[in-house]
Design a protein around this ligand. Structure first.
Ligand SMILES: [Zn+2]
Ligand SMILES: [Zn+2]
Length: 400
């Protein structure tokens, strides 16, 4: 975590400014273009000042961006505090705090003497509703998936974002909500984003940190879409690809993200189209079984299904369709799923099968549903693009 992250993040409970206490940091100046994303504007973390209120003080923001805080603690005036573990700020809401203690006991042991006293909610396990259990399951599954398959690099970014002009990302501060192992954040930077915040609920953020640390303009944050740990108006663009439908309440998540946009900002979300209800029903039945199994067992089932799918359908189609006349006939009868995967590797097929058997939640929407989300936010410009029978790209720009 760079000090400059304090410019954008906020306490997920009260929205207050966070202050950092550093336990361990490294200076990485010279190893990457630290200042490409510009100086701090709202709050300068390294110098502890608000640049707008102290125009005479020369803030050295080079240092904000050239130091990587590996461990520390973020404190809010409201009394909440959040650990920085393995270079990533863990800005989970109160009800999920104990998750960090469960997954990173070594951090809490090592810094026991210097960490603030544990909050009451952390000591006594709070009564957890179904919603929190669902989020914990989501953390469990996606932590495994994206740390085990951290080099998964299927290039579907342009499919999820949809058609864009050259300036769509140019110079923008962007939030990738539900970043997994961070491949879409890297894609956003390649398209010209000035700075990307990559957020995920799960410890997939560890893989994302590793995959993006060489880029000084990508910041990885662990956080919950329903309690976004950012200041109001912090972003020019927010996107969430293949992530929002895997939360317990996607429209609620969408409306929680919108206040993080500035007045001219845009949001893009990829939703599953409810038209493909039959395959969704079948997958739903399979998940009733797989969600009761531990992660390695689901991985094996996905391997078996992926092998059948790839060996019996996808590969034969890929081979036969090399002959144009055969392809013309085959394309008429081959499901889009097989055509799509014929250009992809077996590994992609296996990982995607695991994904389908893994997520605790999945929701499907029609254009009418998506239109209601956009209307509620009163966007100046809005659009819904249908991608065959499988996806909807929902976009809103400019808040009235
Ligand atoms: Zn607070
Ligand atoms: Zn600064």
């Amino acid at each position: 975590m760079k000090y400059s992250v304090l410019d954008a993040i906020a306490c997920p409970e009260c929205g207050g400014q966070l202050q950092v206490e550093v336990f361990e940091e490294i200076n990485i100046s010279g190893s990457r273009d630290a200042m490409a994303a510009g100086p701090c504007t709202e709050y300068c973390g390294r110098n502890g000042i608000r640049p707008q209120q102290a125009p005479d003080v020369e803030a050295n923001c080079e240092a904000c961006r050239s130091h990587e805080i590996l461990s520390g603690v973020l404190k809010c005036a409201c009394g909440m505090w959040y650990p920085v573990i393995r270079g990533v700020p863990r800005l989970l809401p109160k009800e999920l705090e104990s998750s960090s203690m469960f997954y990173y006991p070594g951090f809490f042991e090592k810094y026991e003497g210097v960490l603030p006293a544990l909050q009451r909610e952390q000591k006594a396990e709070v009564e957890k509703g179904l919603e929190v259990k669902g989020k914990e399951d989501t953390i469990y599954r996606f932590t495994y998936e994206w740390n085990e398959f951290k080099d998964y690099d299927d290039d579907n970014f342009s499919i999820g974002i949809g058609p864009i002009g050259d300036d769509f990302f140019q110079g923008k501060r962007v939030l990738d909500a539900g970043c997994g192992a961070g491949r879409h954040s890297r894609a956003a930077r390649r398209h010209g984003a000035r700075e990307v915040y990559a957020m995920d609920l799960s410890n997939a953020v560890d893989a994302a940190f590793e995959n993006t640390v060489s880029d000084g303009s990508i910041n990885v944050v662990q956080g919950d879409i329903f309690h976004p740990p950012f200041k109001r108006g912090a972003f020019d663009l927010i996107y969430s690809l293949w992530a929002l439908p895997h939360t317990h309440n996607p429209p609620q998540g969408f409306h929680a993200l919108v206040p993080c946009l500035n007045s001219s900002g845009s949001i893009v979300v990829y939703l599953y189209n409810s038209q493909r209800w039959l395959s969704y029903k079948i997958l739903g039945l399979m998940r009733k079984i797989t969600l009761k199994l531990p992660n390695p067992a689901v991985r094996l089932i996905a391997l078996a299904l992926g092998t059948i799918d790839y060996g019996l359908l996808i590969k034969p189609y890929a081979l036969l369709s090399k002959f144009a006349p055969v392809k013309a006939v085959l394309d008429k009868v081959t499901p889009s799923h097989i055509r799509l995967y014929s250009t992809r590797s077996f590994k992609t097929c296996h990982t995607d099968w695991m994904d389908r058997l893994f997520y605790p939640y999945v929701h499907y929407y029609s254009r009418v549903d998506a239109d209601l989300w956009l209307r509620r936010e009163k966007f100046a410009e809005k659009s819904i693009l249908t991608l065959g029978s499988h996806g909807l790209i929902v976009r809103g720009t400019g808040l009235a």
